[in-house]
Design a protein around this ligand. Structure first.
Ligand code: ZN
Length: 260
């Protein structure tokens, strides 16, 4: 197992060759991406010492809060959105682009992501399974109608008090998994099936410490998939990985693509 840290120059080219070979010979390739892929685009992470949840109270975004105080929930949601995305429009980085290239060249079947920022879409990846939903849409809590989030946030910013409502009268909510809610079954089942069927599984920029991210690479490895972990920090799945790269995701992924 390679246990390399930091710069791409420190990574043994042979281990990158081995990863490229595993991808080349795989019938089914799957990637799972976490916060480390988004932070490279300037999006702050939610967890950790400097994370969003150190400055915002997760309880404000709990399912119970939405039910009890939808207007307050939306006001806080607007502040949260400004804290995360600010005035800049984040753009896909080299890791997003490398994964899109792996897909378009037939080496990757799907990207499973914990991220809600939509940047895999922007990079051109077709099959993205958003395990935690997307901040780019809202969904009516009553009838399930979905619409673009942008106009809804603008309305909340302009109106202040009333929560945004659907034509049916139901309250809109962000199309993301809130605290206190289970993962969506359809996305989770598909992700688990892909992990089980995979011959190579790339776990990229995720600490693999919270569900479902911790589960998916485990399923893959148990099914004899070649597990590749690319993350700065140690993960609980390193021991079952064939290759571990503790390096920048925006360097490692393009280096792998170059070798294909
Ligand atoms: Zn509705």
């Amino acid at each position: 197992m390679a246990d390399d840290r930091h710069g791409i120059d420190d990574i043994d080219g042979e281990t990158l060759d081995a990863v490229a070979e595993a991808i080349r010979t795989a019938e089914t390739g799957v990637a799972l991406t976490g916060a480390g892929v988004s932070t490279a685009s300037g999006i702050p992470s939610f967890r950790g010492d400097d994370g969003i949840w150190e400055r915002h109270d997760p309880a404000d975004f709990h399912r119970r809060r939405l039910d009890a105080d939808p207007a307050g929930f939306w006001a806080d949601r607007l502040s949260l959105r400004e804290a995360i995305y600010g005035d800049v429009d984040p753009e896909p980085n080299a890791a997003h682009a490398a994964l899109a290239r792996l897909e378009s060249s037939g080496h990757l079947d799907a990207v499973l992501t914990q991220n809600i920022d939509g940047l895999h879409d922007d990079a051109g990846t077709d099959r993205v399974i958003e395990l935690h939903g997307t901040h780019r849409r809202v969904v009516c809590d009553d009838c399930g109608h979905r619409r673009d989030a942008e106009a809804v946030f603008e309305q909340v910013a302009a109106d202040g008090d009333p929560p945004p409502r659907c034509d049916c009268g139901g309250v809109y909510r962000p199309d993301v998994v809130l605290f206190g809610e289970p993962m969506p079954d359809v996305a989770m089942n598909e992700a688990q099936r892909l992990a089980r069927d995979s011959d190579v599984f790339l776990a990229v920029g995720s600490s693999l410490s919270v569900q479902p991210a911790s589960l998916l690479p485990k399923i893959a490895a148990e099914g004899d998939s070649t597990l590749v972990v690319v993350n700065y920090e140690e993960t609980p799945r390193d021991a079952s990985a064939a290759h571990v790269h503790r390096a920048d995701v925006t360097q490692v992924l393009p280096a792998i693509v170059e070798r294909l």
